[in-house]
Structures are given as C-alpha cells and as structure tokens.
Design a protein around this ligand. Sequence first.
Ligand code: IVH
Length: 668
Amino acid sequence: MANETIGNRIAELRAELEEHNYRYYILSQPVISDQEFDLLLKELERLETENPEFFDPNSPTQRVGSDLNKEFKQVRHQYSMLSLSNSYSEEELRDFDQKIRKLTDQSFEYVCELKYDGTSISLQYKNGMLDRAITRGDGTFGDDVTDNVRTIRSIPLKLKGSGYPSEFEIRGEILLPFSVFARINEERAEEGEPPFANVRNAASGTLKSQKSSVVAQRKLDAYFYNLMGDDLPADTHLGNLHAAKEWGFKISPHIEKCSDMDEVLAFIHKWNLQRFELPVATDGIVIKVNSLKLQQYLGTTAKSPRWAIAYKYKAEQAATILKSVTYQVGRTGAVTPVANLEPVQLAGTTVKRATLHNADIIKNLDLHLGDTVFVEKGGEIIPKIVGVDQASRHPMAQAVEFIKYCPECGSQLIRKEGEAAFYCPNEDGCPPQIKGKMEHFISRRAMNIDGLGSETIDLLYNEGLARNIADLYDLQKEQISRLERLGDKSADRILKSLSESRNVPFERVLFALGIRFVGETVAKILAHRLITIENLESASIEELTAIDEIGGRIAESIRLYFSNPQHIQLIERLKEKGLQMKLDEASIANRSQKLEGLTIIISGSFEKNSRDDLKKMIEQNGGKNVSSISKNTSYLLAGSNIGPSKLEKAVKLAIPIISEDDFLKMIG
Ligand code: IVH
C-alpha cells in the first residue's frame, strides 16, 4: 500500500472504532459484535506497528494501556478544583436558597444532579482532542494521569460533531461499577494485596495505578458534570452539559431542572432509594444554579462555589438483633467472621448478614450475642455493623469471642505479625483451602480448564476423586461422567481441556500453583529470570530479592512454599503429567543479561521494531524499561519525532542518547 493509502485506512479505522466505542460505552447500543470490533482493532494495530510514523496517542489502540511503570507528574490546574459545601437537612438547603434570594431578586432555576461517589477528574481538550487529564490532588496541583485516563472507554479521545471551543476543560467523576468491584478484590487477594474497602477507594486506587494496562482491565466508567472555558456554547449549566453530550461525553441521564426548593426536595426524595438500583455508587444530590451569569455573580469562597451545594444522604441505618457469628475460611486460609442477623429492611433490600472483617472489629464493638446492633449500607456493597445499643443488652449476654480453631478442619488458628486476620495454617488439609487452590488452578487466567467450575470441584472433592491439583490429571472419563449434572459430553470436554493445558506456558503454571503473593506479574518475572522450576526451588532469599520487583515478602513466601515436601511432591507429579515447568525455547533463546542494571527510556517512533518489541527486548536482556526520565536513567533510546521536552531533559541530565541501531548492536 502507498503511504497515503495507509494513512487513509488508518484514519478510517480510527474513526470507525471511535464510533463503535461511543455506541457501546455511551449509548449502550452496539451495532457490531465484539469479535467484529476486535478484527478492526487488530487491523489498526498491525498498520500502526508497521507504520510508526502514524503514531497518535489518541488512537483507539492506545486504550489498552501499557505495562510501563509510571511516576505521575504533578501539574497545576488551570482553574483550581473547588469542592462543594455539604448539607444534610431540608433546613440547610432552605438556608442556601434564602442566601441566594437575598443576593438577587430575579427569578432563576436550579439543576439537580446525582452526586457520584468516585474520584474527580479534570480533562483538558485542545482542538477536539484529549490533551491532559489531571486528578484533583490538593485542588491547585494534581497528578497527570492522562495515559491511564485514555484507557477508559467512555471518555472520548476525539470529540464528535463541531461547535466545541478550541480549548476547554471538563470535569467529572471516575467510577468503578459495582459489578467490577468484587472481581477486583478477588484478584487483589490472589496477589496478596489488601482488598479495597469500597468502590470509591477502588476507583481512585485504580486511576493512580502505575500501569495503564491495569487501568484498562478494570473497566472504569466516568460521568461529566461541569464544563469550563472561555467560549462555552451556552449560557446555562444544563445547556453546556447538553452540548458536551453531543460531543461524545457521558452525561448523567438523571438531571432535572427545578424552579424552587420544593421541586429540589422532591428530586432528593425520589433518589433516596432509587439510587441503589444504579450500576455505580452515589452518595447524594448536587444542586446548582443553572444560569452561568448568576453563578458568576454569586462567585465562590476560597473552598467552594456559592452557587452550588451538595445534599448528602445519610448512610441508611437499621437496628436489628445479632443472632450468631459464623466464620468463613477462604482460599488463603484467612478466617472472616460474619454476623447473622434477624432479617431487616435496609435501603431497599433485606439484610440477613453483615461482615465483621476481623477480630479487632468484634473487640472494638464489644459485641455480645443477642445485642441490638446498627447496620449501615455505605459505599460498600455488603452491609456492616457500625454500633451496638449497650443499654438494651441483657445482663447475662455472652460476649462474642473469636474462635481459636478452624471451623472446617479443627487446626489451631494463627495470627501473623502485623496482620489483622487469623489464618488456618493447614493449607494442604483444610477443605475450603484445598478447593480454593483447585479453583484458582483451573481459572481462566491460570490453566484455563474448560468445563470445570467451582461446583464440579466441590463434587470431585466430596467424592474423593481429587484432593489436590495433580489429582485432576488422573481423572478417568467414567469418574467424571457419573457425577451429578455431568455426562459423557462434559467429561470429554474436561479431559480434553486438561490434556491441552500441558501447553500452558510456564509463567501461567507458576501462577496457577497459587503460591501466596505470586500473582500473574510476579510469576512472569520469576519465569523469565529463573527459567526453570528447579532454579526457583533452590533460589535463596538473597537470590530472589536481587531480582527487580521481588521484595522480601514475596521471597519468603516462595521459600516457605518450597520448604514443604508435599509441595515438592506435587510439582514432581505435575512434571510427570507433562506440564510446562520451564520457560519456552523461543523466550530462552532471546534472553541475555547484556543490559543488566540498565534503565532505558524509549521515545519517538522507530523503523525496525515497534515500541512494544523494543520494550520486550530490553526486558529479555535483563534491562528495565522506564517511562519518565531521571538522573538514574542509563539511556534514552530515541526514534524519530521524539518529544522536545524529553530530549531537552536528557541533554540537561547528560543522559546518553542512542538510536535503534545502537541499541540492536548493544544486545548483539
Ligand atoms: S460539581 C465546584 N457535580 O463531589 C464544584 N460534583 O464535594 C464542582 N461530585 O469534587 C463540582 N458528583 O468530585 C459536581 N454531579 C456532580 C458531582 C460532583 C460528584 C463530586 C466531585 C467534587 C465533589 C465535591
């Protein structure tokens, strides 16, 4: 293809993919299948890789994010990011209204919106393109999180239509849908990270993630509620939001104009319970003066505008009776106490159970059986106990004592230093831990065994057919097919998938073993550095911690795992079954330690290799690829069109600049 034709095709694909993104993420009306979408995206990816001169940070291909570690740059907000004053009662709202009416005798309208409970973001657009995304920070300075924000599919990288100012800012809230929350916390448990307490923390934690590829996987969403700039299209707040919607921004569909406080209060009442049916968290209502002229006249205080106020819903509370406390044992052996309650209505649902998190919480609440307790539903999905009515306690009531022995296997529980949770140490003999390990082993990101799910694992375990992950490979067809709800067909599918799992690469097998703190990324690093399971088995703490990104906690957990003879035996059996216990030949052939200890930054576009390939080569040769330049950077690997600020910084810090050819020579 001639260069011009390629350029045209790239532009065409980008426009088409943006349109499909918009239809899917903003309108929720896709017109093509996911598969068709992926096909177009793959074509664009290929053309962009082969023709790096067409690189564009706002291309739909950039939405997948990068594995580069990122230190955020702090930048000054063009308009400082104020907050809202809060109110909790009708009286406070009437005061707010009266204050405005004292300052103006003209009639005016309010606009009522939902107060989304996520993390705020400010986006700058230049000539219809996303230029920069900044977090709230301290209101004056925020973190530049543009790369991460680009991965959020409901945020337009290129605006639609016309009529937008050449430069403007739009503010909104980045949210993590409830549906993604549970999955993320499961993944965090797998990686040995503490779970996010609520969706708000999960949203801000994700947005500040060091790797944009992680952000891309988390499926954040965003609603926008404030347009700022010099040449705005309308003279009302609502008019501007309507315009922003036309340009492709996601604007809440639940916005209403109100002519007085009674209408505002009706809106507040309407959403009191209805908000729990939304896919994202809300914690109140925001009331804004609609006219921009009046907004300007009313002005702001140092902290918040005088033309807007938030009404915060009180977290819904209900009183009920604590019937009992039971204990659940998870895959890692962590024991979680659960309160069983007299069923009670709370925020539109019947609550029968509440989480107590850990032993400290039970102690701090001074819980007794039969207590009247207060349960609350906040940004968390599972209700929690927030207080106890001490006055109504029966004098003979029995205090809740955290159990000392595992409810599943009877082992004495232990508490590790610095950790809040109690653990059952019997990891190879405690049923929920064994089943949990098998479930992890077969999961999609690990061995990806088709047809096996947690119910089948339960059956296999209970029937005594599989008591560890290696047993799965001994299963016979008739053993599976006679299980409840299974048959010949399912048995064939499971056996085929188990057989095929012999080709799953070593790094995923390592992840599948379920060693504590060895998540996907750590498994990948270990596989590439140590190459074989034998090397990992014999590596000392010093050898392990010498590897970049492997800290003492991970190293100790690995040593502990391999010091258990049962684990060594298990691995021997898996080896006999033919599972990959060694890095594949192609990866081994390509690796060296020629760049050990060197940190290299890549900038610009290259002729022979894509940026991703160069990054891979750096890692395969023992080097580290970084994304921002500092005095510790060893080389700047520069292509064409390198950013002038990066170049300037490299010269200033006297960092050697090398070309693609220099680099290829270095690694031979
Ligand atoms: S307007 C000048 N509208 O609440 C203030 N804020 O406490 C402009 N928020 O920082 C903010 N939903 O993160 C506005 N519909 C909405 C909102 C909203 C959530 C958040 C936002 C802001 C905080 C203020």
